[in-house]
Design a binder for this molecule. Structure first.
Ligand code: NI
Length: 176
């Protein structure tokens, strides 16, 4: 279950709409294991299959209690296949985001504050959750990857986009 190379912004696959998963089989389990190894190796809070070169509607995410991000509530480890996201209300939060496919850069991104997400785990069992805050943000960021969207496309004011080291004084620390 190797750590896989992460594609960077500019790769055509990252701009494509990923294909739905049709079988909950060993191939899917192997893909999830690779996503898991790659996310942990790179200390990401989430990763989507297209980022490791696979056009499939699969994302994983997790945020453990971490002293680097004391302002963020933990997010349980989740494998989410064929996700459907429904925003609940029009309220948005702005937050700094990064991405393993956009290394070194951070941007201020508006996201819906609350949402419902549905989908399936790696065995095909249904998932149906209503979440808010960082949990809702990470779901929106990862599901965007499945529709060929990277966070810089969501930055409304490019003055709030730049290199992490240069922005350091203004940044609320955020995982990739
Ligand atoms: Ni990302």
């Amino acid at each position: 279950m190797p750590v896989r190379q992460v594609l960077k912004m500019g790769e055509p696959l990252l701009r494509q709409v990923a294909a739905p998963v049709t079988r909950f089989d060993a191939q899917l389990a192997a893909l999830v294991a690779d996503l898991d190894d790659t996310m942990r190796e790179l200390n990401g809070a989430g990763i989507a299959a297209p980022q490791i070169g696979v056009s499939a509607r699969v994302v994983i995410f997790e945020l453990k209690d971490n002293p680097r991000y004391p302002h963020l509530a933990p997010v349980p480890y989740t494998v989410l296949v064929n996700p459907l996201v429904t925003p609940l209300g029009a309220e948005e939060d702005e937050g700094w985001e990064g991405c393993l496919s956009v290394p070194g850069l951070r941007g201020l991104v508006p996201r819906f504050r609350r949402l419902r997400y549905q989908g399936f785990d790696v065995q095909g069992a249904p998932i149906d959750r209503t979440v808010e805050g960082f949990h809702a943000r990470v779901v929106q960021h990862e599901v965007d990857h499945l529709d060929g969207i990277l966070f810089p496309q969501r930055v409304r004011d490019l003055r709030n986009f730049g290199f992490e080291d240069a922005l350091a004084a203004q940044l609320t620390p955020m995982p990739d």
